[in-house]
Design a protein around this ligand. Structure first.
Ligand code: ATP
Ligand code: MG
Length: 1081
């Protein structure tokens, strides 16, 4: 729901002065102050907006604010300039009424800012689109250009508009801007050549010098230093918070947006530069023969540069500063100018140059912003004109006179329009018209503008009058003509009623304006009104080779010499003000009255006297009075009923019938006196603000009761809702709890049931099991009994039929089984394959004794055979020798067992390889079968001599151990027998056959460690050699040995055990050699 507010809500002070009670100047000022202190800078007087300058930026001009005020009724929200702009724009757009916004106030009160706010608001709320935006942009950007050329820093305002401006913004039927027209009024051109103390020239001069590039300045023949120019005041050239350089860029940019061509901008800047140069031209007197001084340009450099800039021939201009040509009818008279006249001419030229440039700029901007289509447009005019200007020290001149005249005219139109509107509204609403008492300033306007005896007409007359005319003659004239006028005062007026008024100097006159008395000093009135520029100068300008300059001085064209005097400034102004007034009268006016809170340009300061003064001369009290003359307050029936319907039972809360009737019922119920209000067609008119306030008071009280009622209902509703919520929650909680409890109970019952069930089932199952077990036992018993019975039956049958052969079969079967088991066991436990392995499994059964022994022997033979089959011939021979040795010595000689393990190597001396025996070896023509070292026992002492014993196939040889010399070589057939003892010794005797060749030397008694091998080999070899003759081997412990002739007995005796040494031989006597053999034990 849209929240409807009212101007009457949340007010600080009174938002509309019409409602001020009591209405006095003090209460008026107090209300303004109160609101100003609370940052409420806008206050209404009906539909007029009073605007206080805050001198600081307030957050009330944001896009959000624009939206807030957009399409809202004027009194709906707190006072704002946007409300006025919105109202004006909407009635222009929707009701097709042309509007004008008249902004007045003294210098620095915020008029220009207000006009910009209105324009920016309208730009924000009107239509959008590329074309529309371009137009908006051009209209808005015309401001910086005009401000640069037309504004200046003054003591009152750092950005004071030094011209009046009226801008018509044109809209199409949809309310979109399509273009505009700007009119300018009376530029304060005197500022170009001279600025009051603390003020400076127009902004553009400073902006150009600060912001232009070095290159541009060079082209314009300018220097950045302000002090180089006479026309620029130095004391306040730099203004705090004003960035001239940045502003220059803004201006250039704005000119571009508005549509200025680059060469146009250049021309404009050249003119600005020319004005500065002009100011620097100085004159000196030169005495002439006629006794008069004639002026001459002092330093021609600036003149030259200026002429170059503007394309003027230097001599022409120089001459124009020294001579003046007066043309009358057909005559041309040339007079010389003295120095002061030359300065006057120079300044007049500068002022004209600048003011014409300014007018040209306005025209040029108009060209750019003018609407394209020729159809009728709706128009909104914005007038930003200088307000009343009163210099308290009486230093008011022609400019102030003109400005104040303009304000008189505006007041006049204000009164006219306000009253007219008031009257129209009364007629529209069918309300009886009551005459309103107010001061009509038409009489003052008449004093100034009357064509016959008005001050302006007198001034023009005086200017045109031939003869000596001065400002004083003008004052005299006024004194005669206007003396009777009640608003004119002068010391020397005809009736001299002011002769005693010392506040009125002689050279002054005073006008009692509607806004107060103003004292004007007549000095300069004539000059300024004449605004004289010598024709020579305008002609010199016209001759310039510069497009713009030529345009600005058309009267300089010699082809169009007009001997008529140009219209005076006063006349021109009166004319343009007249046009303006006529223009404004066709439009619906909207007023913004700007008030300046202090003289310090400072925020938050409210100077009572200053505001009081402005309130007075702006006629604000008048304004309120006019507004309140009939009915102070009016409101449409619908919002009125909506606002106060709670005050009456019949209208509260809803009124069903027509709203007017509702209001009538309401007023009757409230017993408001009938004189206090009147019913219009669509509005109720309230005569006295007090009535409205009492309604408001009652409403406030009622609102409090309503608030309490709403509070009560709300609290009740809240508690009820809370209670219902609790109740609903309780039901939910209870349901959940019950469910939980039931669930728990059910679980318990279920588990108990399952328990009981399981016990019962267990009991039943056990019972069944017992029965089944019993049944099974019974069945098993029956089966067993049946089996035994069947067994018995079978056995009985078996015995009957098979007993006879059973024993044999069982025996053979068991035997087979036993044998099988025996053989398999034997196979499993077979002993090693070594022939000397002695192990053999034990027999398992005694009855297998023979077979077991037999099998052992068979196995042994078999493994020996296997063993033998692996033998080579050589090993076979060795074994044969070993076998033979065993046959010879086994169990016969004690030495034998120790020889079994020794291999029979045969050649122990390695006779063929050993070089020691090389000779011996070579002497052997047979293969040596055995070579060993033996001891030859000496018969004489029984001692042994080492000899090499060699055995060949046919001989055995004994050789010297050292020399290898053969000592004896005996053919084997000569060997008769060999004798050895039974004992463990190595002695043996080789006995030769008697009568053989070797027998001559006797037998040989030898001892050897390899006795068994030597004898075995001798026997084998000897056997083959002696053609199978058997070689006897005599084994006894006593035998005879034939040494040469003697036979000596060799006897072997058992000696004591000895360590290491073998047997020892000793000669016992001639016939006995005793060999002592150590016992082995
Ligand atoms: N609404 C505003 N908010 C903030 N500052 C403001 C406002 N209105 C005016 N001012 C300040 O006051 C200064 C003077 O305002 P402005 O130039 O509009 O005065 P003016 O009435 O046009 O004066 P003049 O008659 O000399 O041209 C502005 O430069 C600005 O600093
Ligand atoms: Mg201004």
């Amino acid at each position: 729901m849209e929240v409807k507010t009212s101007l009457l809500d949340n007010m600080i002070g009174v938002g509309d002065m019409v409602l001020l009670e009591p209405l006095t100047e003090d209460s008026f000022i107090e209300n303004l102050r109160n609101r100003f202190d609370h940052n409420e800078i806008y206050t209404y007087i009906g539909s007029v907006v009073i605007s206080m300058n805050p001198y600081r930026s307030l957050p009330i001009f944001t896009p959000e604010k624009v939206e807030e005020y957009r399409n809202r009724n004027f009194y709906e929200l707190s006072p704002h300039i946007y409300a006025l702009a919105d109202e004006a724009y909407r009635s222009l757009r929707d009701q097709d009424k042309d509007q004008c916004i008249l902004i007045t106030g003294e210098s620095g009160a915020g008029k220009t800012e207000a006009s910009k706010l209105v324009m920016s608001y309208v730009a924000a709320v009107c239509g959008k689109g590329q074309e529309v935006n371009k137009v908006k942009e051009q209209l808005l950007q015309s401001n910086p250009v005009l401000e640069a050329f037309g504004n200046a820093k003054t003591v009152r305002n750092d950005n004071s508009s030094r011209f009046g401006k009226y801008m018509d913004i044109e809209f199409d039927f949809k309310g979109d801007p399509v273009g505009g027209v700007i009119s300018n009024y009376l530029l304060e051109k005197s500022r170009v050549v001279k600025q009051p103390r603390g003020e400076r020239n127009f902004h553009i001069f400073y902006q150009l010098l600060s912001g232009a590039s070095d290159d541009t300045l060079r082209k314009l023949k300018l220097d950045r230093d302000f002090s180089k120019y006479n026309y620029l005041s130095l004391d306040s050239a730099n203004v705090n918070g004003l960035d001239d350089a940045a502003n220059f860029r803004t201006v250039r940019n704005a000119m571009q947006i508005v549509g200025f061509m680059e060469d146009e901008v250049q021309s404009v800047l050249e003119l600005v530069a020319a004005v500065l140069k002009l100011g620097n031209i100085e004159f000196k007197p030169e005495s002439r023969s006629n006794g008069y001084d004639e002026s001459r340009v002092k330093d021609k450099n600036d003149l030259k540069e200026m002429c170059e800039l503007l394309g003027i021939e230097q001599s022409v201009l120089e001459r124009a500063f020294s001579y003046r040509t007066v043309e009358a009818k057909l005559e041309k008279v040339s007079t010389t100018l003295n120095v002061s006249q030359a300065y006057y001419a120079r300044d007049a030229l500068a002022k004209n140059l600048y003011s014409r440039l300014f007018s040209w700029l306005v025209t040029r901007i108009n060209e750019s912003i003018k609407a394209q289509s020729k159809t009728r447009h709706k128009v909104m005019g914005v007038l930003d004109i200088y307000g009343f200007e009163i210099f308290e020290d009486g230093d008011n001149s022609f400019e102030q006179f003109i400005i104040n005249y303009c304000n008189e005219k505006l007041q006049q139109i204000f009164i006219e329009l306000t009253l007219r509107e008031e009257q129209e509204e009364y007629i529209r609403e069918d309300i009886e018209w009551t005459n309103i008492e107010y001061f009509n300033n038409a009489v003052i306007c008449d004093l100034i503008e009357n064509n016959q005896n008005g001050i302006l007409a007198m001034l023009d007359e005086e200017c045109l009058r031939p003869g000596t005319v001065t400002d004083i003659t003008f004052l005299d004239k006024l004194n005669t003509v206007c003396a009777e006028h009640q608003h004119f005062e002068s010391r020397l007026s005809k009736n001299s009623k002011f002769l005693t008024d010392h506040s009125l100097p002689h050279s002054c006159f005073r006008i009692q304006h509607y806004a107060g008395k103003v004292l004007y000093r007549v000095e300069g009135f004539m000059d300024k009104n004449n605004d004289l520029l010598y024709r020579d100068l305008s002609q010199a300008m016209y001759k310039a080779n510069h497009k713009l300059i030529k345009q600005l001085f058309p009267e300089g064209n010699p082809a169009k010499v007009n001997l008529k005097r140009p219209p005076t400034a006063g006349f021109q102004f009166k004319h343009s003000v007249g046009t303006l007034m006529r223009n404004l009268q066709t439009k619906n006016p909207n007023y913004i009255r700007c008030v300046k809170p202090n003289d310090k340009k400072a925020p938050r300061i409210f100077t009572d006297s200053l505001v009081r003064h402005q309130v007075a001369y702006l006629g604000l009290m008048e304004n309120v009075r006019v507004r309140r003359a009939g009915y102070a307050y009016r409101q449409a029936y619908e919002p009125c009923l909506e606002r106060y319907k709670m005050l009456c039972k019949q209208t509260w809360p809803h009124w069903k019938g027509p709203t007017r009737e509702g209001v009538e019922v309401l007023m009757a119920d409230l017993q408001v006196s009938t004189e206090e209000f009147a019913y219009g067609n669509s509005k109720i008119f309230i005569r006295n603000p007090r009535t409205l306030f009492s309604l408001e008071e009652k409403r406030r009280g009622c609102l409090e009761n309503l608030a309490a009622l709403i509070q009560k209902i709300y609290r009740g509703w809240k508690c009820r809702t809370h209670f219902l919520l609790l109740k609903r929650s309780q039901v939910v909680v209870a349901a959940w709890y019950r469910r939980y409890a039931q669930q728990k109970k059910y679980t318990q019952i279920k588990s108990a049931t399952i328990m009981v069930q399981s016990y019962s089932r267990g009991w039943k199952a056990r019972k069944i099991l017992r029965e089944l077990k019993h049944q099974k036992r019974c069945e098993e018993a029956a089966t067993t009994i049946a089996a035994y019975w069947h067994g018995t039956q079978v056995r009985r049958e078996y015995r009957k039929f098979f007993r006879a052969n059973a024993g044999r079969k069982i025996y053979s079967f068991i035997m087979q089984r036993l044998m099988q088991k025996y053989f398999l066991g034997l196979k499993r436990d077979l002993p090693s394959m070594s022939p000397i392995g002695g192990s053999w499994p034990t027999r398992p059964y005694r009855f297998l004794d023979t077979a077991h022994t037999e099998l052992r022997s068979i196995f042994h033979h078999w493994r020996c055979k296997k063993y033998r089959s692996r033998f080579t011939d050589e090993r076979k021979a060795v074994f044969e020798e070993k076998l033979q040795a065993s046959e010879i010595f086994k169990d016969k000689k004690a030495l034998y067992p120790s020889s079994v393990g020794q291999p029979f190597r045969g050649d122990y001396l390695e006779i063929s390889k050993n070089p020691k025996y090389q000779k011996l070896s070579s002497a052997m023509d047979e293969k040596v079968l055995l070579a060993d070292m033996v001891n030859k026992i000496n018969r004489a002492n029984g001692k042994g001599t080492a000899r090499i014993f060699l055995l060949t196939k046919n001989n055995f040889v004994l050789a010297d151990q050292k020399t290898g010399q053969v000592k004896a070589s005996v053919p084997l057939p000569d060997l008769a027998s060999i004798s050895v003892s039974t004992q463990n010794d190595g002695f043996f005797a080789l006995k030769l056959k008697e009568g053989s060749a070797g027998a001559t030397k006797g037998d040989f008694l030898l001892s050897s460690e390899h006795l068994i091998e030597i004898i075995t080999k001798l026997r084998r070899t000897g056997a083959t050699a002696v053609n199978h003759n058997h070689l006897d081997i005599d084994i006894s412990d006593e035998f005879l040995v034939q040494f040469k002739q003697d036979k000596v007995c060799v006897k072997f005796v058992q000696g004591a055990p000895k360590n290491g040494n073998g047997a020892s031989c000793k000669r016992k006597n001639n016939r006995l050699l005793e060999v002592s053999v150590p016992s082995t034990a």
